[in-house]
Write a protein that binds this ligand. Structure first.
Ligand SMILES: Nc1nc2c(c(=O)[nH]1)N[C@H]1C(S)=C(S)[C@@H](COP(=O)(O)OP(=O)(O)OC[C@H]3O[C@@H](n4cnc5c(=O)[nH]c(N)nc54)[C@H](O)[C@@H]3O)O[C@H]1N2
Ligand SMILES: Nc1nc2c(c(=O)[nH]1)N[C@H]1C(S)=C(S)[C@@H](COP(=O)(O)OP(=O)(O)OC[C@H]3O[C@@H](n4cnc5c(=O)[nH]c(N)nc54)[C@H](O)[C@@H]3O)O[C@H]1N2
Ligand SMILES: [Mo]
Length: 658
């Protein structure tokens, strides 16, 4: 038996190193790689499922063409011929920008970014800006701190307090959870702020239940209390904050009565929280849940401000943990270079894919090419997305399985899994490592992975300038900035995980890459974006008919839709027993959850897991069971073009009344 080090390809904080136990071309077992310095052999059920997904009976093993509404297996030869014909004729008639190349982070390794390179050599397809994931918070970090970095979580053992704010590491980030537990053992007070009493709450000293989208008010109210009671860090403020005075002046209305009413948190709890965080060594672990709102960017800025005025930046044990773009900034080669070949440019906000297709003129959208993603299910407002897709003449989807997006396609192409590819992986969310991942087995049924697929397609398209280089050469060129900057060889990068030396405390030098080189509580950059230069809060109003706020968070056992394929039954909708909307319903009832955009059937769960006035359903359920994005609205956040999924209002309808 052979042991091969490979890697998880899921879009996650942890970027786990895996060990495959192999005999011949057959994997017997997949476990965590105990020798990895960050993930240390601990992996989650989703990581283990790469094995399952690779050998799954429903895996797409051949290209498939839709003929009279039915998919039929075709050969690669036929698929390439069809693609060359469509890509050439559409470009000739309408220009390359009548094609959309849509991708996301379904697979996070380097080798599959060649899909973008192909479309750059094609002349430039229409492509998205913004994100479905974490854009508002990213922009907030950039405005306030000038960068997107976090300290190593190993320093949390030194913290006096750790505030987990709208993040659920017990389910979404298991290695962070270990650090939180260690921090707590060493004496840190661990507090969770979330409208849902998640699995993370079980590990905390205190759980604070907050009304959705009111974090900005809480943070500003706390800032006011801290400043009014002289609990801020004057020395730190003087040296390191730009715009403190206008920030203080903006806080007038955030008295405890107002803040308590808006957030649904008692005044005593707010005061106690202020006392805890105004001491030193307090860390803020900010999640992506709380920025999926129209004012998600400002909410994040308000929390950043709280860390800043209490001097909790730049030392071991304190800091804001949101994102961690470290090695990724030293990766740049052929893919970036290929942008020089773009002749036609066209872009749209990712969340607005459907509107873009529906409204595009001169040229209209003629072709959709979708890789590494499942937009029909994952973008807000499924019904609108499906109507838009129906308008597009030719749709191509490359995936492992017949997803809801693949079902809409005309041509479906198979894809290799991480176990069938040699690659390099990194995450910009938390893990600071670059991991090399060996190919474990030859692809099933000779599936052609993206690297070879797009090269072959480029060849057949006659793209002369496309880099027809080996995979090794491609990796070397992509990793060149890292190799040159840190004087490490390509072979060393393959031999062991790489971490940038001496970078484990974010902003330790207290120099910020903002225009003032300080933390900016007043930002001209924000002003230029036509948003408030000072972090602010706007109260959102709940309507009469759709009175319940719907949150659709991430499930412990699935990354988005990827592990929900075999689910039977209906998704569950969770509601508080004290909600007046439960009247006439019992726990376990099948109900209809309806928004102004659509409806789905769910099993009702009545209990105490969620704040009164709010309901939640996990995202990722397929349409066959009940895709939650039938309910969501395609609005975007105040900054960073983030999908505001959780600004969603619903009602419960009795199944007999429908
Ligand atoms: N198991 C698993 N792990 C994953 C993923 C997955 O799908 N499954 N997805 C990966 C990806 S792509 C991402 S982006 C991350 C997401 O990782 P997280 O940010 O940890 O997860 P989310 O479910 O997006 O949201 C976190 C929490 O925000 C809370 N929340 C919602 N609205 C508010 C609010 O207004 N205020 C506050 N304070 N809290 C609020 C939600 O209730 C939820 O518990 O996880 C990654 N890891
Ligand atoms: N309601 C609601 N919706 C949400 C969210 C939410 O919180 N609420 N969260 C949002 C977030 S944070 C994110 S990041 C997005 C994620 O949106 P997506 O990335 O579109 O979601 P996934 O379901 O992970 O789909 C990835 C697809 O890529 C395929 N895939 C995996 N590996 C490969 C490969 O190597 N090659 C190819 N070609 N395909 C591959 C998988 O089989 C899967 O079908 O969803 C967003 N949608
Ligand atoms: Mo995400």
């Amino acid at each position: 038996m052979q042991r091969i080090v490979t890697n998880c390809s899921l879009d996650c904080f942890d970027c786990c190193s895996l060990e495959a136990q192999v005999e011949g071309n057959k994997i017997l077992k997949l476990i965590g790689n105990k020798n990895h310095p960050f993930t240390k052999g601990m992996i989650c059920s989703k990581g283990r499922k790469h094995l399952d997904r690779t050998y799954h009976e429903k895996r797409i093993l051949n290209p498939k063409l839709k003929v009279d509404g039915e998919f039929k297996d075709i050969s690669y030869e036929e698929a390439f011929n069809l693609l060359v014909d469509k890509l050439k004729s559409i470009k000739e008639q309408y220009g390359s920008k009548s094609v959309i190349h849509y991708y996301d982070s379904g697979y996070t390794g380097l080798s599959k970014t060649v899909d973008k390179m192909f479309f750059n050599y094609y002349g430039g397809a229409a492509k998205h800006s913004g994100t479905l994931c974490w854009g508002a918070g990213l922009k907030a970090q950039e405005i306030d701190f000038g960068d997107n970095i976090s300290s190593s979580p190993k320093h949390l053992v030194l913290s006096n307090a750790i505030i987990v704010w709208g993040r659920n590491p017990a389910d979404t980030n298991i290695h962070m959870l270990s650090y939180l537990i260690q921090g707590k053992k060493k004496g840190a007070r661990l507090i969770l702020i979330d409208p849902i009493k998640t699995n993370t709450a079980k590990y905390c000293d205190e759980y604070i239940s907050i009304n959705p989208s009111t974090d900005g008010a809480l943070a500003l109210g706390m800032a006011k209390y801290i400043i009014d009671n002289n609990m801020m860090d004057d020395g730190f403020i003087k040296e390191n904050i730009h715009g403190y005075q206008p920030f203080v002046e903006s806080l007038n209305e955030y008295n405890l009565d107002y803040v308590s009413k808006v957030t649904g948190i008692s005044k005593e709890s707010i005061i106690s929280l202020c006392e805890i965080i105004s001491k030193d060594k307090c860390a803020f672990i900010i999640g992506y849940g709380m920025q999926r709102y129209k004012q998600g960017g400002n909410a994040t800025r308000c929390i950043n401000a709280l860390a800043a005025i209490t001097g909790n930046i730049g030392k071991a044990g304190n800091g804001v943990y949101y994102s961690n773009k470290t090695v990724s900034r030293y990766i740049s080669g052929e893919v970036d270079l290929s942008t020089n070949n773009v002749k036609q440019r066209r872009s749209y906000s990712k969340t607005h894919l459907a509107d873009f297709i529906l409204k595009a003129k001169d040229p209209e959208i003629k072709m959709l090419f979708i890789t590494r993603s499942n937009p029909v299910l994952q973008i807000p407002n499924i019904n609108k997305t499906i109507s838009a897709f129906k308008q597009v003449e030719f749709k191509v989807v490359m995936d492992h399985f017949m997803t809801d997006t693949a079902e809409q396609a005309d041509l479906v192409l198979p894809a290799t899994t991480t176990l069938e590819e040699e690659d390099f992986f990194s995450s910009s969310m938390l893990s600071p490592y670059l991991n090399y991942s060996e190919r474990v087995i030859e692809p099933r049924n000779n599936i052609i992975g993206e690297y070879d697929f797009f090269m072959e397609l480029a060849k057949r398209m006659g793209m002369e300038d496309y880099p027809y280089i080996s995979r090794q050469e491609f990796f070397k060129r992509e990793l060149k900035p890292l190799i040159d900057t840190f004087g490490i060889s390509y072979e060393e990068l393959k031999a062991k995980p790489f971490i940038i030396p001496d970078e484990d405390i974010a902003y330790e030098d207290l120099i910020f890459a903002t225009p003032s080189n300080k933390i900016e509580l007043y930002s001209n950059k924000a002003k230029d974006m036509r948003i408030s230069p000072i972090p602010t809060f706007i109260e959102s109003k709940v309507g009469d008919e759709y009175s319940l706020r719907l949150i659709t968070p991430h499930h412990k056992d699935s990354i988005h839709s990827q592990h929900m394929m075999d689910n039977d039954g209906l998704p569950e909708v969770f509601i508080n027993e004290r909600c007046r909307e439960t009247k006439g319903f019992s726990d376990g009832d099948v109900v209809i959850v309806q928004s102004k955009h659509g409806k789905i059937r769910c099993t009702l769960r009545i209990g105490d897991r969620v704040k009164v006035g709010t309901i939640f359903i996990y995202q990722g359920w397929w349409i066959k069971n009940g895709g939650v994005n039938k309910l969501t609205d395609d609005s975007i956040s105040d900054m960073g073009e983030q999908a505001a999924y959780y600004d969603c209002y619903c009602k419960l309808v009795n199944i007999d009344d429908n």
